[in-house]
Design a protein around this ligand. Sequence first.
Ligand SMILES: Nc1ncnc2c1ncn2[C@@H]1O[C@H](COP(=O)(O)OP(=O)(O)OP(=O)(O)O)[C@@H](O)[C@H]1O
Length: 340
Amino acid sequence: MSSSDGGLRETLGDVTQLGSTPNSPEAADGGRPDSAESGVDGRVSVHEPDTGVDPVEANVLFADRITIRFGGLTAVDNVSFSIPPKSVVSLIGPNGAGKTTFFNVLTGLYEATEGAVYLDGKDITAVKPHKRAAMGLARTFQNIRLFGLMTAEENVMVAMHSHLKAGVMSTIIRTPGQRREEREARETARELLDYVGIGKTVGELARNLSYGDQRRLEIARAMALKPRVLLLDEPTAGMNPQESSNFNDFVYRVRDEKGISVLLIEHDMSVIMKISERITVLDRGAMIAQGTPDDIRNNQQVIEAYLGKTGTREGKRLPKPGAVAAGPSAQPTTTEQEQA
Ligand SMILES: Nc1ncnc2c1ncn2[C@@H]1O[C@H](COP(=O)(O)OP(=O)(O)OP(=O)(O)O)[C@@H](O)[C@H]1O
């Protein structure tokens, strides 16, 4: 392979040596490529296959024919997507493919131009982001968003406010009920910090944590919402190889012990190929493939989407296989949280 492909082909080749991948969830998933129709440009026209199973009922999250336009640009074009219960699924694609935009439609940050989103069988298309979070759709961000001047424990406790019952008056006069609730919230926060592996940072300011620990803290905070689905936007960016490898085990624990479904957007192909039960590939807003890691690894259209037919694609950067080893120089600027 030429060096101009940024190592993607080696990455795909390497991961074929890494052993078996988890079984694909057989629930009524949306639009597998072999059941989809070929459309313009040789792309896949994405509609739910007629399996006789209602995808709204069968999946914890189902996005039905989502289109989002920004002026003349169609950032996401008629994409259906489902997340089965207790599954780990991923969304990949070259830069600008529409992944983050699609993610933002799922969480309600962007309003879809067309299409609908269902959570646990309920139409949440018109539900605001904070309400979706309270209903069980929790996310982390590509750029870490923590309260830098709060401790790790306080960051997690803040996220719990939507589940706490104490009213304004009981908070001011600190009734026994309010004190008990706060004590319990603190205990839960500590448990969550332990769960994500950063229990020892409980009293440290978020901004002083390592990049990897900040990412874990974001996940702990998302888990404080007691989610049904956890949406993780580039969770391993900036993690070292060891942290990244531990992350895979962590995601399986979240799925198996907590029963939470996980959706990842991730540039590190070795993580994606190891961790995903099913992968969906977007390119220029359209879904071009969906399947198991083996399906995706061998899909010519996916390889061309990343590399171009001639080996490079003009104007598109290749995925970032080195992102995982960004190291300490990749320390983020911690910003205030914008959304619980
Ligand atoms: N708020 C917006 N207004 C206008 N255009 C937007 C907006 N958000 C995204 N876009 C455009 O939509 C397209 C898809 O962008 P998006 O960020 O979703 O891609 P992505 O797959 O997440 O890329 P990356 O991997 O680089 O993060 C791009 O052409 C982008 O410029």
